[in-house]
Design a protein around this ligand. Sequence first.
Ligand SMILES: Cc1cc2nc3c(=O)[nH]c(=O)nc-3n(C[C@H](O)[C@H](O)[C@H](O)COP(=O)(O)OP(=O)(O)OC[C@H]3O[C@@H](n4cnc5c(N)ncnc54)[C@H](O)[C@@H]3O)c2cc1C
Length: 449
Amino acid sequence: MANMTILGAGLAGLSTAMMLRNDGHDVTVLERDPAPPGAEPWETWQRPGVNQFRLPHFMLPRWWQVLSTELPTAASEVLAAGGSRFSLVPPPHREGDALFDTVTARRPVIEAALARAAEASGVVLRRGVRLTGVHLESGRVTGVTTAEGPVRADLVIDCLGRRSAMPDWLAAAGAPRPAEEKDDAGFVYYSRHFRGDRPDLQVMVQQQYASVSVLTLPGDDGTWSVVVVASTRDHALRVLRDPSVWTDVLRRYPLVAPWIDATPITGVDALAGIEDRLRHYAPDGTPLVTGMVPVGDAWACTNPSLGRGAAFTLIHARLLRDTLRDTDPADHEKVARRFHEATARTVLPLYRATNGFDKHRLAEIDSDVTAVPYRTDDLRWIGAKALYAAALRDPDMLRAYLTVAGFLETPDEVFAKPGVRDRVLALGVSAPQYPLPGPGRAELLRLCS
Ligand SMILES: Cc1cc2nc3c(=O)[nH]c(=O)nc-3n(C[C@H](O)[C@H](O)[C@H](O)COP(=O)(O)OP(=O)(O)OC[C@H]3O[C@@H](n4cnc5c(N)ncnc54)[C@H](O)[C@@H]3O)c2cc1C
């Protein structure tokens, strides 16, 4: 078994660490930020390394499915920490709906639970470690440098998140810098957390309205969050930073209003400038270096409006574990090549699909702002819109839609099922652009003026 050094103790680092430790590897995680403070991670845990630490996070059914299957001890720890069970399907439920179950909590609560489970499984977690670079020998990363000295490893796993400095460290060590696809996602998020008696889900957690989307996201321990997603170009909505305007506006959306009728536990947090980023560590299939692979946001990150980041980290971590089951860790070239190939084959298409959806939704929102109807020939987007509309009119199509929204299956898989395409065509294609009740653009502007 090999000596694995994981950089970063965020969602990807902790999940990867546990999966590899459970396979018998010696696993050390190096993290700059301090440990969770004990009982109240939401209130007091200082995490400057993760910008979004106290912003809304919702764990999709896919995340829960992989966590409870692959890391049952960690799943139990999340439940013990107060993680709340939640179904993406509003009542009444029927047989088979367990597929849409998840367990979710505020991000600090989840991360503290994963950290406890990781340490209990034998992962060595070293906090307060400032990483400064990598050691490179003949194209192979053989370890990292820290403020306290070098650390050698059979395999270095970059889980440093969306702002990982790995490309700079490789370049400084004389390796090629990975090419990046990078793009400001163009969304701005106005979000707020609440505590109280959580309202019942009436339709779906992600709702599309004229020029905004709204998310109503359950958390742990009687908490939840409400997020308005808008375009950064929509200057008129910047007043949503003001809690009183935010509240007045959201009261006009009948499905959202019950979710803001509670005690806020934060102000309105506004966040923009989130980049979609993909790093090419094996252009043309040939790894730029061996001895180092990226997992999670360090490899690719999207903007969070579909809430897929955590599920991506688990899918990617499992892929690395499976690669290492099939490949001798001492064969550095083969490990790197196979992992990059597997990533390109299975995770990259999910990233592209997520990105593609976001780009269309942003373009649609921008069209709402300029009052020009959004037109595209992309059948994937037309299908996604029609499925969403059909979901609001038919319980079977709701489940088909939630299979995609829960990240359980791809749209292609769902549309290939008997009857789905015809039903979506019948119900969804001629539906109004925004079927849910709520202000149109003109009224939204009036509320924000
Ligand atoms: C606003 C926002 C909302 C989101 N909401 C959701 C959601 O609802 N659902 C969802 O699934 N996903 C969501 N995401 C995505 C999710 O947060 C990320 O996908 C997830 O955090 C990725 O985990 P990671 O471990 O790859 O990176 P991170 O969680 O960023 O962890 C990186 C770790 O590396 C450490 N680190 C960095 N540099 C160094 C260094 N030099 N030395 C030592 N340590 C270092 C950091 O301290 C950190 O602990 C959201 C993202 C944003 C921006």
